[in-house]
Write a protein that binds this ligand. Sequence first.
Ligand SMILES: [Zn+2]
Length: 628
Amino acid sequence: MATIMRTKLLPCVVGAMLLNHAAAESAGGSQVPPRSQISDEYKWKITDIYANDSEWDKGFVQLRQLIPTMTKYKGKLASSAADLAACLKARDQIGITGGKLYAYARLHRDENNNDTKYQALTGKAETLLTEASAAASFIEPEILAIPESQLAKFRQAEKELAVYSFYFDNLLRQKKHILSPAEEEILSRASEATQASETTFNMLAHADMKFPQISDSKGNKLQLSESRYRTYIMSPDRQLRQQAFTHLFGAYNQYRNTFASTLGGNVKKNIFYTKTRKYNSTIESALEGDNVPVQVYDNLINTVHKRLPLLHRYVALKKKALELDEIHMYDLYTPLVRNVELEYKYPEALELVQKGLEPMGDEYLSVLKQGLSSGWIDVYENQGKQTGAYSWGVYQVHPFVLLNYTGRYDDVSTIAHEMGHAIHSYYSQKHQPYATSSYTIFSAEIASTTNETLLMDYMLKTTKDSQVRMYLINQYLESVRATVYRQTMFAEFEKLLYEKVEDGESVTADFLDEIWHDLNAKYYGSDIVVDKEIDVEWARIPHFYSSFYVYQYVTGFSAANAFAASIQQEGAPARERYLNFLKSGGSDYSLNLLKKAGVDMSSPEPIEVTLAKFEKMLDELEKLLRNS
Ligand SMILES: [Zn+2]
């Protein structure tokens, strides 16, 4: 994707985990209607971006004309503060217009993927944005070439540069890791070749690998695939779970040496760039982008370690509740509670979300109400519509939210989740100039998860039925297991892997299997049978090709739980701090913004708060199961 745009689509990983959970319960279902049968009140209003396609065409021409207003400063950024400011402003204008152009085409495309007209417009917008990004590529090297004392003088003299203050600081911070122009050119020319490991991984895992047919306990033959695996592994049919598990990892195991080579190649690539750019370690260079100290990462792992006994208790409870003699790796995903069919009509869902988010206060609720009633959301599934859910903020317009609402509790929770993103975008874009309007990935899932947590707490506060309580608690416990514990295990795997390779060990399948096996044994405890098949699971995790990335799921989830807890306990002052965090967009480093709002991610506290809640919920589930 073009780098010039600051607005972006959020694929919502934490939400997706809960969604997958729901998908297992109801595959198939009723006929999907064509879009024409959906009433307009349930559709988003893309006309808020451009009134029609011919207005979009005008926007396209306008963007073309904007590019030279930026490139005319090429080679001149060092000559005057006014030129520098004018160039950056022109780039912002391109970003704003480009964001609108791309969003209009892409949102239309997502309404119906079979519509070739908007596929073409999306492609056209992409091409122009790539062109615009390439045209902007002179800016940063030129700024970095300006002597620092001169840049400081520019910044003092030119008021228009004030909005770029954080941008300059952030750029200068990384200056010592930027090489000479000739060296940078060699690195950039090598980049396609150094991507080969990841490309090979993707080809093998997502195109070439074939999975066999398996059978459930009734003898039905079912085709196994990566996406179906997620459904099968949650099935109440233990034979189906076991078969899916054995054959999925069996397939990976056949290619274990190739996967060890692709992952190892990726590790070596990163170590090469680490050394070339003069970082002390790969983890340091990966966290440097967001200015996150390694200590935050270590703190996460250490704090979760201290609370592993809780996960062991959860495993033991699963074993007991599922009445198993032995609990295996393939029993971990199946829910403890079944037969709860919660269904909510869309207006009921909106009512619940608004009730659940009452602790956020009137100001937040009025924005929420506005969003729920003025064309931000595309509610129902239709033929050809993009699956899943996302939120997308369009600068100078408003956020857009794609849903595929079917009425389950997860769908209600998804509304709270996506509106969390949407309102974060709304506040950031309203209170920040374009230059600082975009929040980081590190911050992104905080606003969404805070809302999910508040909704869950409201549901628990108002639900007396013990079956429904068990269902809700199971949902919460699973989200902590999948997000906090599992992603921390991933983060620890990456840390161990890089440490060993940076110490000179070579990456083989046996070496990776051993690290993975030991981590599973440590995280899930003595009750679980760590089946041999799981050892190769490292081979299927695509995130390991975006190194030291997954820890942000855990920090985001924990920060959200800490915010929700403080808003509930403290009320107005905590709410105020939280809203200020939402309004601050990308105006400072994520860790600083969070600290100002009262959540310090370098301390164990946010993670401890989250796991204390996990413990409380676990206590209650144990009690409920005993009495049921
Ligand atoms: Zn999300």
